[in-house]
Design a protein around this ligand. Structure first.
Ligand code: MIC
Length: 646
């Protein structure tokens, strides 16, 4: 029986366990990716471990999120990260050099390597056939210290691609089609492996787009074969010597199947306010558009931007539209400039911003009240843009450009009346510029670099072990698909506190329930009750760490998203699920939850944890590994590791 590609890479990196879906395994990690919004905490955690130098083949710290320097705080974080990178042997990509995912593809990615990144969109590296997984900062810190990464063994979901995309349709429409079919929880517990004759029709950067937004399906990661298209991209980056072919064996089998005929995919759009609220663009035509943003974490490659340049060339965006371009990297911007694209954008009336994430995480670019914003970004969770009741749509660069020109949502195939389809190809040889990467120093030099810590960088808080008996009030009950953007908002106001847990905890559930932090602090404890897929979206561990700081020790939900569940365990919060989902309906905010002998139950290995909710017995499930139980008992992973575990 032939093996699929994901299994081959997993086998080659298996450090512990057996490849049985659902059972815990541990993987050897080759590359680590850090970005500044999650990276300051990850670096503080790494420092707390006392390891003198990173122990992976390559670690890269990107400064791409917190770019606006409205006071000392983000700038202090940048210098902290830069000096820590030098001290510990980490590559540093300076502010303005671009988004981690795009730069890693360009300069560091290698087919067949396993990467762990403190960002849920780490699977963008699928574009180069890497098995790249998003995780909380603490897990990435552990990997940098040489520990293998633990995760539940995913099932492998084969998606066969046939046919070829039609003009005006691109990679974004393929992943939106997956989201239309399978929703934001369809990929939970799976690695999505694309295979079949359609794969070779997609460029490395189109594959990267599909990998990036596999995170929106809840998937563990995505993988593509490494083929001639991968080779072309690596050769164009001057790194062809690192290419190797990788593919599934003939007749490989998968745990789950799907098939997409690329020739049948049409332009799609995700409507407010969820990435799976997908319809054909033609069904939303005519909606007036106020803002368009191309670029950021996804669809910010040379092909994506140059396609927009060609569409806008010699034309002007509609007068009422604010048209913004966020290049994925300095390299993308330099190559677009070399081919005349910058002038095309400027003369069309576009605003060109520095390479980086920017509005994608609410770092500026918030739309006005009631304004419609079309973005090529990966997510549109409520309020993520920074504006309350926002109306954010997600679409391809082609659809974004059409909306910019016509001022209303328009099926991009109508652009065919104005111009021939600009079938933009990635260059054969990119202009390459590594001037904004600081490479690691020798061990001797590195040791001499002092780490500069600004006043807003507060050491990691100390947490108590799990108590013997448990009693706390349900201080919040929420619905299905609550994202980490709702639990721990991002944006220009909150992001500068990512290295200051006491301060950032005042923003927990800010949009939904601004009194939550006060209530939790007054009571000194609390339980949060959630629906399905609780904690979907980003990898930000602050969505677990800050509630834990406020005294939350237990969350009970119908189900959890993978990264958030791991983050809860890492910070000593019990992630319990309802055995009988109807109990969710019964629990109310204000109810008391008690569980005498909780500690004993957790250490006994019991999966069923009976709790009393207002005197009524509710069976909850603690589905974690033995290792995770020990971490929970210790009050979190760092306590456990410090005691010699891991
Ligand atoms: C996101 O898209 O939400 C981010 C910005 O990439 C986050 C990281 C963060 O919260 O800092 C992610 O997905 O992990």
């Amino acid at each position: 029986m032939g093996k699929n590609l994901a299994t081959k890479i997993l086998e080659a990196h298996l450090a512990e366990g057996e490849l049985v879906p659902g059972r815990e395994i541990a993987l050897k990690i080759d590359h680590c990716l850090l970005q500044d919004a999650t990276g300051t905490m990850a670096v503080l955690e790494f420092m707390a471990m006392g390891t003198p130098r990173v122990k992976v083949e390559l670690a890269a710290q990107y400064i791409d999120h917190n770019l606006l320097q409205t006071d000392n705080r983000n700038a202090d974080d940048h210098i902290f990260l830069a000096t820590a990178a030098q001290h510990y042997g980490i590559h540093l990509s300076k502010p303005g050099n671009g988004v981690s995912h795009q730069v890693h593809l360009e300069r560091f990615g290698i087919p067949g390597k396993v990467m762990l990144g403190a960002d849920s969109h780490t699977p963008t590296a699928a574009g180069l056939s890497m098995l790249a997984i998003g995780a909380g900062g603490l897990d990435v810190a552990l990997a940098m210290a040489g520990h293998p990464f633990h995760l539940p063994c995913p099932r492998i979901w084969g998606v066969k691609l046939t046919g070829k995309l039609q003009p005006w349709v691109s990679g974004k429409d393929v992943i939106l089609e997956m989201l239309r079919r399978h929703t934001v929880k369809g990929g939970v517990g799976a690695i999505i492996e694309y295979y079949g004759p359609g794969v070779e029709t997609l460029s490395a950067t189109d594959r990267a787009t599909i990998g990036n937004m596999g995170a929106e399906l809840g998937a563990t990661t995505t993988i593509f074969p490494s083929d001639q298209r991968t080779r072309e991209f690596m050769e164009a980056q001057g790194r062809g010597d690192l290419w190797q072919p990788l593919a599934a064996d003939p007749g490989a089998t998968y745990d789950q199947h799907d098939e997409i005929d690329l020739s049948q995919v049409e332009p799609l759009i995700a409507c407010p306010s969820s990435p799976d609220n997908v319809v054909p663009v033609r069904e939303t035509e005519g909606v007036k558009v106020d803002q368009v943003i191309v670029g950021s974490s996804v669809n910010s490659s040379f092909r994506d931007l140059m396609t927009v340049c060609r569409i806008l060339d010699g034309r002007r965006v509609a007068p009422h539209v604010s048209f913004n371009v966020n290049p994925g990297s300095r390299q993308v911007l330099e190559n677009v400039a070399t081919q005349g694209g910058v002038m095309m954008l400027l003369l069309a009336g576009a605003q060109i911003h520095q390479p980086g994430c920017l509005g994608c995480i609410g770092m500026g670019q918030a739309p006005g009240t009631n304004q419609v914003s079309l973005r090529t970004f990966p997510r549109n969770f409520p309020g993520r843009s920074g504006t309350k009741n926002d109306r954010v749509y997600l679409c391809s660069p082609e659809t974004a450009a059409a909306a910019g020109l016509f001022g209303v949502i328009t099926d991009p195939r109508k652009l065919g009346d104005l111009l021939p389809w600009p079938e933009v190809q990635n260059p054969d040889k990119y202009v390459i510029d590594d001037s904004s990467v600081i490479f690691p120093l020798s061990e001797e030099e590195a040791e001499k670099t002092e780490i500069v810590t600004g006043p807003n960088i507060v050491p990691f808080p100390e947490f108590e072990p799990l108590p013997d008996d448990f009693s706390a009030e349900v201080i919040l009950k929420v619905e299905d698909n609550i994202s980490t953007d709702t639990i721990m908002p991002a944006g220009n106001k909150v992001l500068p506190f990512r290295s200051n847990i006491p301060a950032i905890s005042d923003f927990v559930f800010e949009q939904l329930d601004p009194d939550f932090p006060k209530r939790a602090k007054e009571k000194g404890s609390g339980v949060v009750v959630g629906g399905e897929n609780y904690g979907q979206g980003s990898s930000r561990e602050h969505a677990a760490l800050a509630p834990r700081y406020l005294g939350i020790r237990m969350k009970i939900a119908k189900s959890f998203a993978r990264i958030h569940k791991a983050n809860l365990v890492n910070f000593g919060i019990l992630p319990l699920t309802f055995k009988n989902p109807v109990d969710y309906e019964m629990v109310k905010q204000g109810d008391m939850v008690t569980c005498p002998k909780l500690r004993e139950l957790v250490s006994s290995g019991a999966v069923e944890i009976p709790v009393e909710v207002n005197g009524r017995k509710v069976i909850t499930l603690l589905e974690v590994s033995d290792r995770e139980r020990k971490e929970l008992l210790a009050g979190g992973t760092l306590n456990y590791v410090r005691k010699g575990g891991a």
